[in-house]
Design a binder for this molecule. Structure first.
Ligand SMILES: [Zn+2]
Length: 245
């Protein structure tokens, strides 16, 4: 049987009349802005993110992030963050240099249902923008596909992301060097973003700029029913175990 392919940012999920009615009722209430916490990426999750972006270079990687709200000691004070404990890179996607699509929708849904069976909570997703990229930011198509993924995840029992989704963007560029050097890796700390450099061969390395964004339903103070959920984007800080002080 031919597998129906989902183009990221295109497919619409059918809504039943009952769900539409419910949605109409819901938008008449004032929608609160979620608490837009910075994120803390745990050691192993961070290494999986970086490795998955380098693996498929110069195509886009993507996957889901699992985690929970927690407190962390950051730069001398306690901070409320979302801790990213695990990441799962999708294996069945169609990857291109400037696009990634759900190559097998049934497989994508199986991943979501399995995560729900394990009682793990999805807090958002990630994907890469391989060089050449013009800007470090989410595109309109990124937000559309996130909106569709939120619906698919809610159907699979993942409710948290409906209030707000965290997307990590990995802007990745391969570097070729004239001078050979041993393997190494390090992190540079910018104000909100981080740059991770990994030297994988004597003359080859990768620079990966990590940035994180909340994508959440825009507050609706008018209370008028909206046809479609509009999303707001807010960049937040990224912390890893190596830049806490
Ligand atoms: Zn993108």
């Amino acid at each position: 049987m031919a597998v129906k392919k989902k183009k990221r940012g295109r497919k619409k999920y059918a809504k039943s009349a009952a769900r539409k009615k419910h949605a109409k009722h819901a938008v008449t209430k004032k929608r609160a802005v979620p608490e837009l916490r910075d994120i803390f990426i745990e050691n192993r999750a961070f290494k999986t993110l970086i490795t998955s972006a380098i693996e498929v270079y110069n195509r886009e990687t993507n996957g889901v992030m699992l985690g929970s709200n927690t407190m962390k000691e950051i730069k001398g004070g306690k901070a409320r963050v979302v801790s990213i404990k695990e990441v799962y890179p999708f294996q069945t996607e169609e990857r291109k240099p400037s696009e990634v699509v759900h190559g097998n929708v049934a497989a994508f849904r199986r991943v979501l249902r399995t995560i729900s069976s394990f009682e793990s909570e999805i807090v958002g997703g990630y994907h890469s923008h391989p060089h050449p990229y013009k800007y470090v930011r989410l595109s309109k198509a990124d937000v559309e596909s996130i909106s569709e993924d939120i619906d698919a995840m809610a159907e699979a029992g993942q409710e948290r992301v409906k209030k707000g989704w965290i997307e990590v963007l990995l802007s990745i560029k391969r570097k070729d060097y004239a001078r050979a050097k041993g393997r190494e890796w390090y992190i540079c700390d910018y104000i909100k973003r981080l740059r991770c450099h990994v030297r994988t061969r004597a003359k080859v390395g990768y620079d990966i700029l990590l940035s994180a964004y909340w994508v959440y339903p825009k507050p609706n103070p008018s209370g008028k029913p909206a046809k479609k959920t509009e999303f707001a984007i807010k960049e937040v800080g990224v912390y890893v175990p190596w830049n806490l002080d």
